[in-house]
Design a protein around this ligand. Structure first.
Ligand code: S3P
Length: 450
C-alpha cells in the first residue's frame, strides 16, 4: 500500500488580504486522459501543461508498466510513445494508483479488453472506495474481477480475451465509470454505447474524438447517449492541458472570504460540465468576473477575477448542477460558512464515496470551527455566520483527502482563530504548489509546526 510519509500539519491564520495572480496547475482529469490515450495511440504524443501531481504521476508509471514510453521533459512538458489500441502488455508487478480514483478506474477500463491479468492497489483511502461500479460494466465485456468480497482494492482484473461490445446505462452520475466503459470499448469490436442520465464531465469524449476515434454524443429523452466505434487506430496528438477549474476554486474562494482581497486566476477551463461552482458563487453574490473569455483547444477558457465579497448569501444549490461541481462542494461549504444564511446542497450522495466521505469530513471540521451543519444520506446544509463570523480555533482531520485539506486551510485564512489541518501531505496529489502559491498571494501559514 502506498503512503505519502509522515503527516504534515499546517496551520492557516488570518493575515492581510490576498492579492496578485494565481497560476494554478493543469487539469487533473485531462492530464490522466492525455497519458492514457497517448499510451493507446500509435506513435508519439506531446503534452504541455500536464499536472505533475502524484495522482497523474502514478498514472504515468502505470502506462510505463503496460508498455508505453512516458518521458517527462520538465515544467509540465511530457512525451508519450503509445503502443496502439490492443497493444498493452501484461505488467510485471502490481499497479499502485496511490490516492487516485480516476487513475485506477480509467486504467481498469483500458486493460479490461486485453487478454491478461492486472492487479491494482492504492493507499488506504483508495482501498476503501467502491470499485464494483467499474468492474460490473467491465464484466459485460468479458473481464473478470477477483478480489476482496466488498469490491474494494486490491483486486485483480483478468481482461477479456474475446471482448464483446457493450451497451451500458450508468446507475451513478460518474465520469469515471463512463470513461472506463469507453476505454474498454476501444479494444472491443463494433459499437460500445454508454447512456448517462445526468451529463458528467466530457473530457474523455472530447479527447477520444481528438485522437481520431469515431464517437458521437446525442441528448435523448433516455439521457445522454455516447456511441464509440471500437478498434480505431488512434493518432498521436499534441495536447495543451488547460488549467484546472477545481484547483482554481481554492484561490478564487479564498479571495471571496478574505477581507480586502483581489485575485486574478488566468486561463481557467470553463467547460460547462465543470463550471457549476462559479455559477453558484455568482448566485450567492460573489464578486467574480470572467475576463477575456475565449476558446482554446476546443474548450471555453477565461481569466477569473475574484474580490472580497462581504454580502454573500446562502442559496439552494440545484441538484441537477451537482455533477458539474462535484469536487467543489467542500470549498463551497467554506464560502457558505462565511455567507449569511443557509446553503442547501441536495442530491450529493456521491460526496460520500470520494477520497473521503466529504460530507462527514466537512461537517466534523466545520462544527469544530463553530459552524452549524445538518446532513442526511444525500444532502447537507451549512448555516453561515457572515464575513468575519467564523470562530475557527480548531484542528481538523484531512482524512487523506486533498480537497478537505485545502478547504480548511482556506477557512483558516478567514476565521477569527487559526485552523490547523492535521496532514497537508495529500495536497500533493492534485495541487503540489498550493502552499507557495497561496503564500505569494498573502496567505499566512506561519503556524506550520511540522
Ligand atoms: C473525475 C470524475 C469525478 C471527480 C474526480 C475526477 C474524472 O469522479 O470527482 O475528481 O476525471 O473523471 P466521479 O466520476 O466518481 O464522479
Amino acid at each position: 500500500m502506498s503512503a505519502h510519509g509522515a503527516p504534515q500539519p499546517i496551520t492557516a491564520r488570518k493575515g492581510g488580504p490576498l492579492r496578485g495572480t494565481a497560476d494554478v496547475p493543469g487539469d487533473k482529469s485531462i492530464s490522466h486522459r492525455a497519458l492514457i490515450l497517448g499510451a493507446m495511440a500509435v506513435g508519439e504524443s506531446r503534452i504541455t501543461g500536464l499536472l505533475e501531481g502524484q495522482d497523474v504521476l502514478d498514472t504515468g508509471r502505470a502506462m510505463r508498466a503496460l508498455g508505453a514510453e512516458v518521458v517527462g521533459h520538465g515544467a509540465g512538458s511530457w512525451s508519450v510513445h503509445g503502443v496502439g489500441v490492443g497493444g498493452f502488455r501484461e505488467p510485471d508487478s502490481v499497479i499502485d494508483c496511490g490516492n487516485s480514483g480516476t487513475g485506477v478506474r480509467l486504467i481498469m477500463g483500458a486493460v479490461a479488453t486485453h487478454p491478461f491479468a492486472t492487479t491494482f492497489t492504492g493507499d488506504t483511502s483508495l482501498c476503501s472506495r467502491p470499485m464494483g461500479r467499474v468492474t460490473d460494466p467491465l464484466a459485460l465485456f468479458g473481464a473478470q474481477a477477483v478480489g476482496r468480497s466488498k469490491g474494494r482494492l486490491p483486486l485483480t482484473l483478468v481482461g477479456a480475451s474475446d471482448p464483446v461490445p457493450v451497451r451500458y446505462a450508468t446507475p451513478v452520475p460518474s465520469a469515471q465509470v463512463k470513461s472506463a466503459v469507453l476505454l474498454a470499448g476501444l479494444n472491443a469490436p463494433a459499437e460500445t454505447v454508454v447512456i448517462e442520465r445526468e451529463a458528467t464531465r466530457d473530457h474523455s469524449e472530447r479527447m477520444l474524438a481528438g485522437f481520431g476515434a469515431r464517437i458521437a454524443t446525442e441528448d435523448t429523452p433516455e439521457g445522454r447517449v455516447i456511441t464509440l466505434t471500437g478498434q480505431p487506430e488512434l493518432r498521436p496528438q499534441d495536447i495543451t492541458v488547460p488549467r484546472d477549474p477545481s484547483s482554481a476554486a481554492f484561490p478564487v474562494c479564498a479571495a471571496l472570504i478574505v477581507e480586502g482581497s483581489d485575485v486574478l486566476v488566468p486561463n481557467i477551463g470553463l467547460n460547462p460540465t465543470r463550471a457549476g461552482l462559479f455559477e453558484t458563487l455568482r448566485e450567492m453574490g460573489a464578486d467574480l468576473t470572467y475576463e477575456n473569455p475565449r476558446e482554446e483547444g476546443g474548450e471555453p477558457v477565461a481569466d477569473l477575477r475574484a474580490r472580497f465579497s462581504p454580502d454573500m448569501k446562502g442559496v439552494p444549490v440545484p441538484p441537477g448542477r451537482a455533477a458539474s461541481m462535484i469536487d467543489e462542494y467542500p470549498i463551497l461549504a467554506v464560502v457558505a460558512a462565511c455567507a449569511e444564511g443557509v446553503t442547501d446542497m441536495p442530491g450529493v450522495a456521491e460526496l460520500r464515496v470520494k477520497e473521503s466521505d466529504r460530507i462527514d469530513a466537512m461537517a466534523q471540521g466545520l462544527c469544530a470551527a463553530g459552524i452549524d451543519v445538518d446532513e442526511g444520506a444525500d444532502w447537507w446544509k451549512v448555516t453561515g455566520r457572515g464575513p468575519n463570523g467564523v470562530p475557527g480555533g480548531a484542528t481538523v482531520a484531512a482524512r487523506l483527502d486533498h480537497r478537505i485539506a485545502m478547504s480548511f486551510l482556506c477557512l483558516g485564512m478567514a476565521s477569527q482563530q487559526p485552523i490547523t489541518v492535521d496532514d497537508a501531505g495529500p495536497i500533493a496529489t492534485s495541487f503540489p504548489i498550493f502552499q507557495p502559491l497561496m503564500e505569494r498571494l498573502g496567505a499566512d501559514f506561519g503556524g506550520r509546526d511540522s
